[in-house]
Design a protein around this ligand. Structure first.
Ligand SMILES: Nc1ncnc2c1ncn2[C@@H]1O[C@H](COP(=O)(O)OP(=O)(O)O)[C@@H](O)[C@H]1O
Ligand SMILES: [Mg+2]
Length: 465
């Protein structure tokens, strides 16, 4: 069942229930109040009649005309009087009863004999119903007369019937109007949901440029649309990244293959001395090494993406690790006439995976050496700053432009200067560094200016003893 219909039905049911309860309560209260009022006015009339009887009693009989003349308030049209003998026989009857015969009931007579007044409702043939009050009149403790005051219930019944009619007609009308309004409002409220569904459909068909119009209101729908848009934007970015990544990966692998193919074809064009073949094979081996490195690094990154790379969590003496890597780096630097030195060094212990941290540091030092010019210096430093360790690798080499700084951690991204300076890179080292740092709950920053070197800083939480 569509949500719109369900909402309307729920709302309609609740409203119908409320209306019925309200109508019922109104009807019951009014009926009760009207009966009460009738009983009270009967009691008042009976009191006057009793007083009149007592004051004007001349023996056992009293003509009603006398009473009426003496007490005009008794001659009201909507009340009837009857005076009964102690035996229950009518002695006096007000003329407005006409030919209607209202006998004294047994219960009323018995109560009167016990000195108690009685209220009764009675229905007579012809459909008229009456409310009756029978009051005993005692003379020296003995029942002398019974005064009965009565009034027709017809006006009350008619009024209640009218009310019932009004309720029966107006409740369904009110309900119908409210249901119509509810249906309209539910439709209005759900229209943005339809828009979202439509957008999601187009999204499923592959159109990632879809965006929803976000209303300014910070309501549920507004928030949903904003969240939806943010989700699509992220999807679009990652789709683009995936496409870019495949393109980059194929390109990076194709370059060495093209070189190898060209050299091999050239070598095979005619017979050559063995030395020439050796040179070609050596060159090919170099290209193969590069491809192996790319594939290894790619494998690592995709396993990391899948959450399959395990990171150990052991205390690692970072200062000892840095010193160790520096000794290795000195050899690396000698090949390119770059001096690798130690700066400030403070004892720091972090929690993590020593092998991965070593890989991280080696990658950074390798870059620093690789992108330095002969005769320049690379400096490693480690300092403790509160609860964090700051490990930095600084060089004075070719540097990175501000625009490129935001992208060097992307897979396969290499600046043109870097490609010119060191054609053998893979562009994956920093992506791996970033992953390792983040797996250790740290972050990596870069400060650099073109031609003035670069400083990479790794910030890691330290183990507090
Ligand atoms: N120390 C550095 N000095 C200048 N540029 C750097 C430095 N380290 C990294 N870069 C830039 O970041 C890019 C990505 O680095 P990386 O992922 O390690 O790839 P690769 O070392 O194979 O070039 C490099 O190609 C280079 O443009
Ligand atoms: Mg590198």
């Amino acid at each position: 069942m569509p949500l719109r219909l369900r909402l309307t039905l729920w709302y309609g049911t609740a409203l119908a229930l409320i209306l019925v309860i309200l109508g019922g309560a109104l009807y019951a209260m009014l009926a009760h109040g009207l009966r009460d009022q009738i009983d009270r006015s009967l009691a008042e009339t009976a009191a006057v009649a009793v007083r009149a009887l007592e004051q004007h009693r001349v023996g056992a009989f009293l003509p009603f005309a006398d009473l009426a003349a003496e007490f005009p308030e008794l001659a009201v049209l909507d009340k009837s009087f009857q005076i009964f003998s102690p035996a229950g026989k009518v002695t006096i009857q007000s003329p407005n009863l006409g030919r209607l015969d209202i006998p004294l009931s047994r219960t009323a007579l018995e109560s009167a004999l016990n000195g108690r007044a009685t209220y009764e409702s009675a229905r007579f043939p012809g459909g008229s119903s009456y409310r009756l009050l029978s009051v005993p009149i005692l003379l020296d403790g003995v029942l002398a007369n019974i005064v009965q005051v009565g009034t027709s219930l017809r006006p009350v019944e008619e009024m209640l019937q009218r009310l019932l009619l009004v309720l029966l007609v107006s409740l369904p009308v009110a309900l119908a109007v409210a249901l119509g309004g509810g249906w309209f409002l539910a439709g209005r409220a759900l229209r943005p949901v339809d828009a979202i569904t439509l957008a999601a459909q187009r999204l499923a068909e592959g159109d990632l440029t879809q965006r929803l119009a976000v209303s300014q209101a910070q309501d549920e729908i507004g928030r949903l649309s904003a969240t939806f848009n943010a989700m699509i934007a992220r999807l679009e970015t990652s789709f683009r990244q995936v496409r870019q990544f495949s393109a980059d990966a194929s390109h990076e692998l194709r370059t060495p293959l093209t070189v190898m193919k060209g050299e091999t074809e050239l070598a095979l064009r005619r017979a050559r001395p063995a030395e020439d073949y050796r040179l070609v094979l050596e060159s090919n081996l170099e290209e193969i090494d590069r491809m192996v490195r790319i594939v290894d690094e790619l494998l690592f990154l995709s396993r990391a993406d899948l959450g399959e790379v395990r990171i150990e969590s052991r205390p690692v003496r970072l200062d000892a690790l840095v010193e160790d890597v520096q000794r290795q780096a000195v050899v690396l630097g000698q090949e390119r006439d770059v001096q690798v030195m130690m700066g400030t060094m403070e004892p720091v212990t972090v929690q993590g995976d020593e092998l991965r941290l070593r890989e991280l540091l080696l990658n950074l030092v390798d870059n620093a050496v690789k992108y330095s010019r002969p005769g320049e210096k690379v400096e490693l430093a480690l300092a403790r700053d509160g609860a964090t360790a700051r490990l930095s690798v600084a060089d004075r080499g070719i540097g990175i432009s501000a625009e490129a700084q935001g992208r060097i951690f992307d897979r396969f991204y290499r600046t043109d200067e870097a490609r010119a300076h060191a054609p053998k890179g893979t562009g994956l080292g920093l992506a791996i560094c970033k992953w390792i740092v983040e797996a250790h709950h740290g972050r990596i920053e870069v400060q650099s200016a073109v031609g003035q070197g670069a400083k990479f800083t790794v910030i890691l939480p330290v183990v507090t003893p």
